[in-house]
Design a protein around this ligand. Sequence first.
Ligand code: NAP
Ligand code: F7E
Length: 325
Amino acid sequence: MAKRALITGILGQDGPYLAKLLLEKDYKVYGLIRRYTNPNFSNIDYLGITDDIEFVTGDMTDESSLLNLIKNLRPDEVYNLAAQSFVGVSWEQAKLTTEVNSLGVLYLLDAIRFFHPKAKFYQASTSEMFGNNSDGGVQSDETPFQPRSPYGISKLYAHWMTRNYRESYGMFTSSGILFNHESPIRGKEFVTRKISDGVAKIKLGKEKEIRLGNLDASRDWGFAGDFVEAMWLMLQQEEPDDYVVATGETHTIKDYLDVAFKHVGIDDWKPYVTVDPMFKRPAEVDLLKGDCSKAKEKLGWKPKVSFDELVKMMVDADLERVGEE
Ligand code: NAP
Ligand code: F7E
């Protein structure tokens, strides 16, 4: 019989890539969506899988909707990708961020504990939990956490709860500590997509500039399509565990600008970029570079898409979309 997977956050970036992977593996995929006046299915439409998913409604902040969902569906695997995932907004909406990212996870873990404790659970943890901590400039499974944003703090609560339910109740709960991963369906507020969209608009004469914040921050950027494979692999192991998932390379925003603008034939991006303090954060994570040796060794996972390939893929996708508008 086909395995049944529940994905929360199905309409975001990672949800569609994970759903596509699971559908290819013959899973029955259920996707949690909220109640919308105007639902936006553009990301799953982009991957061509909207008709293959069964949508169920609920909200991470509504405990009873999650209890009912697990009670009725009894899925084999639950992938919790739902979150207020934008770090910048987490200072302005710290309470909401905590309710969704921390308490929402507690509700979901309890729903599984009460009604279907055999389900395997994946929690979307994040490199933001490290803050500026590193071991010689690299973050690994051994690096202590020291988050610097309400987002990072809310995710650390969920990370520890996921681990606690494994240790306290013997549940199969695993966390992936994923570093930044991007794609053509990344939200437009995130810096990579903001740049790829802006570059496409500048190239096609529809915009004159891109306004950005801190250009010196450095991130370990991978491709979302590669990273969702690691999520699935974590739930196929004999034992639950936590894993850092990253590319092991780091690049600044300036590096991203270089590759993106050069790809459309513009050698110097400086005349097109304005630094606007509005996009700077109260506290910054300066440099992220992940060491995913454990995931490589235990899961047999490694990233396939390089930094340059990722940037070009995103710019090409936006050139096509902007051209059609
Ligand atoms: P995303 O594009 O922002 O998607 C998040 C999804 O969560 C959206 O579909 C959103 O639904 C849903 N959601 C938000 N609040 C909800 C609520 N109260 N109830 C139900 N659903 C809710 O995020 P992503 O990039 O795909 O990331 C997936 C997960 O990985 C997130 O938990 C994120 O924090 C984590 N993560 C991401 C990265 C990365 O680089 N992408 C790295 C590490 C960890 P709507 O469509 O209704 O808004
Ligand atoms: O910022 C700098 C900004 O918003 C990256 C989420 O998926 O990954 C993501 O969080 C860097 C930061 O991603 C702008 O200050 C400069 O240093 O694209 P971002 P993020 O904050 O790293 C982690 C792993 C997650 O878990 C999160 O959910 O870029 N930056 N100028 C800017 N960032 C934005 N958004 N906009 C700017 O104009």
